[in-house]
Design a protein around this ligand. Structure first.
Ligand code: NAD
Length: 286
């Protein structure tokens, strides 16, 4: 069993750290919010991020955005220095550029996740990982205690690249699915009829069959609980922003990605940010 430092115990990091402790690892945890440290059952409280990292074989961060990740690793807290020799794993969703900058010259993996808070609770997350093969191999059993699917995507930044591409695709397919239901409503076609046809036809996609944006056809989808997240629209807006940042930096043409960002930005501005991202169907109804 390994000694692990874990920094950032929010909606995702809290349950991920608890799963590592449950798997028998010694997990030393830190968060700026004392209540988050207190809630980390089975973990050992640390006095600072550097304290959590000192002497650990693996150090994990799960923080909101790129600036927090850069500050935590490279800032005055000195966490990267304290973690000398360890495998460093950043699980936050951040921009590719910052992921590469922070990893430069370090034994570090970018390992963003999908699967949401349920996946974090149930240790069924998908990890998309960028970084050196040797660090990936060493980290595999640690990631396996928090997730089910672990994919090595390539060199530093490749995990964040995969996350940005996947979530841009998800947003576009969710908007497309929602538009199809809005048109069906206008045409007098029932939700169930469209679902029964499209889920077995060429319109089939995850946004329809697993996460249907209207109540009824998929009982577990957030549409059946008044769009309580799930995956909040504000997080989707953030991820679409990261995808557009990457598109601009690389000169990739992503007109639908840009339009998806504009629509989610409007949805968030109109007060939908705290609701599930599938709730954009309500805005599309006008
Ligand atoms: P959160 O806001 O619930 O948690 C972030 C935690 O980091 C907070 O507890 C905060 O106090 C702590 N923190 C911030 N700066 C810190 C610092 N310098 N030192 C120590 N602690 C610090 O966020 P979350 O929902 O857990 O998301 C974390 C990351 O995972 C984000 O990048 C998000 O985009 C990504 N993500 C979230 C979900 C989801 O469904 N919530 C799904 C996939 C990926």
């Amino acid at each position: 069993m390994a000694r692990i430092g874990f920094v950032g115990l929010g909606n995702m990091g809290g349950p991920m750290a608890r799963n590592l402790a449950r798997a028998g690892h010694e997990v030393r945890v830190f968060d700026l919010a004392p209540a988050a440290i207190a809630a980390a059952t089975g973990c050992i409280p640390a006095a600072s991020a550097a304290d959590a990292a000192t002497g650990a074989a693996f150090v994990i961060t799960m923080l909101p955005a790129g600036k927090h990740v850069r500050d935590a690793w490279l800032g005055t807290g000195g966490m990267a220095a304290a973690a000398a020799g360890a495998v460093l794993i950043d699980c936050s969703t951040i921009d590719v550029g910052t992921a590469r900058e922070v990893a430069e010259g370090r034994r570090m993996l970018d390992a963003p996740v999908s699967g949401g808070t349920m996946g974090a609770e149930n240790a069924s997350l998908t990890f998309m990982v960028g970084g050196p093969e040797e660090a990936f191999a060493a980290a595999q059993p640690i990631l396996a205690a928090m997730g089910k699917t672990i994919v090595h995507c390539g060199a530093a930044g490749a995990g964040q690249a995969a996350k940005a591409c996947n979530n841009m695709l998800l947003a576009i397919s969710m908007i497309g699915t929602a538009e199809a239901f809005v048109l069906a409503e206008k045409l007098g076609l029932s939700h169930q009829a469209l679902f029964d046809v499209a889920s077995k036809s060429s319109g089939q996609c995850w946004a329809l069959t697993t996460y249907c944006p209207v109540p009824g056809p998929v009982p577990t989808s957030p549409a059946n609980r008044d769009y309580v997240p799930g995956f909040a629209a504000s997080l989707m807006e953030k991820d679409l922003g990261l995808a557009q940042q990457a598109a601009t930096a690389t000169g990739a043409e992503t007109p639908l990605g840009a339009h998806a960002l504009a629509l989610y930005r409007r949805f968030v501005e109109e007060g939908g940010g705290g609701t599930d991202f599938s709730g954009i169907v309500r805005m599309l109804r006008g």
